[in-house]
Design a protein around this ligand. Structure first.
Ligand code: DX5
Ligand code: ZN
Length: 235
């Protein structure tokens, strides 16, 4: 079966103290560190690139779960591999024509390939990547529109609360539940708006890798939030 991974999003950390923020989260019980890479083009925000991953890698052996919200992910594979990234998750919306080459490249640079979908993208678009000869090893389902931390969770990405919405729009197609049913052993990550009040919906739908930014960093006791998230996934 799948194991739970709790991945605080370092987008909500103090970037000026990234190494100590990373150590703090690992001490609180984090499994992975989620790194949001935004190019100011695929999304309307600009964050960090390979040089920062390389710097952080010198301070920790932790799994660096890199989420690339960039228009040309292929250009980032070699720099991220050399920088010491662990997972490399690209968006299918950017890579419909070259995902095979991308996955091969990610693997040959020693990273674990993943694919992400935005709330409005049909989950069927990732089936060929999960079933490929060289497959992705994780699917990241965005539970908010990518670009910024601290947004409100979109329940329709994990569960079809309203059938009518499910009928009229792919964004209401409960991607997580469908994926879990189809692929019992797949790592399914959810990202955006997750915290104590939303985790049960995502966990029930079948997510096992949980990204959480503002709910963890904004809590008076982040360790409690991390263990609450883990308990919800494992129950
Ligand atoms: C959003 C990013 C997320 C973000 C999550 O585009 O992909 O990883 O940091 O932050 P919260 O948990 O605050 O929604
Ligand atoms: Zn992310």
């Amino acid at each position: 079966g799948v194991t739970s991974k709790i991945a605080p999003s370092m987008l909500s950390s103090d970037f000026a103290n990234l190494a100590s923020e990373a150590h703090r989260m690992l001490n609180y019980g984090a499994d992975w560190l989620h790194m949001d890479i935004m190019d100011g083009h695929f999304v309307g925000n600009l964050t960090i690139g390979a040089p920062v991953i390389e710097s952080l890698r010198k301070h920790t052996k932790a799994y660096l779960d890199c989420h690339l919200m960039v228009t040309n992910p292929l250009d980032y594979v070699e720099p991220f591999g050399k920088a010491g990234a662990s997972g490399f998750t690209f968006h299918i919306e950017t890579s419909k024509d070259n995902w095979k080459e991308l996955i091969e490249n990610i693997k040959s640079h020693g990273m674990r390939p993943g694919v992400a979908i935005k709330p409005g993208t049909s989950v069927e678009e990732v089936y060929p990547l999960v079933e490929a000869e060289t497959p992705v090893e994780m699917v990241l389902v965005m539970t908010v529109e990518p670009g910024f931390g601290g947004q409100k969770f979109m329940p329709e990405t994990v569960y079809d609360t309203l059938l009518i919405f499910w009928l009229i729009s792919p964004s209401f197609s409960n991607q997580v539940r469908i994926l879990r049913k189809k692929y019992p052993a797949l790592d399914i990550e959810v990202d955006g708006g997750l915290g104590p009040s939303t985790i049960d919906m995502a966990a029930l739908a079948g997510a096992n890798c949980i990204v959480a930014g503002s709910s963890v960093f904004g809590a008076p006791e982040p360790a409690q939030v991390i263990s609450l998230l883990r308990n919800s996934v494992e129950k």
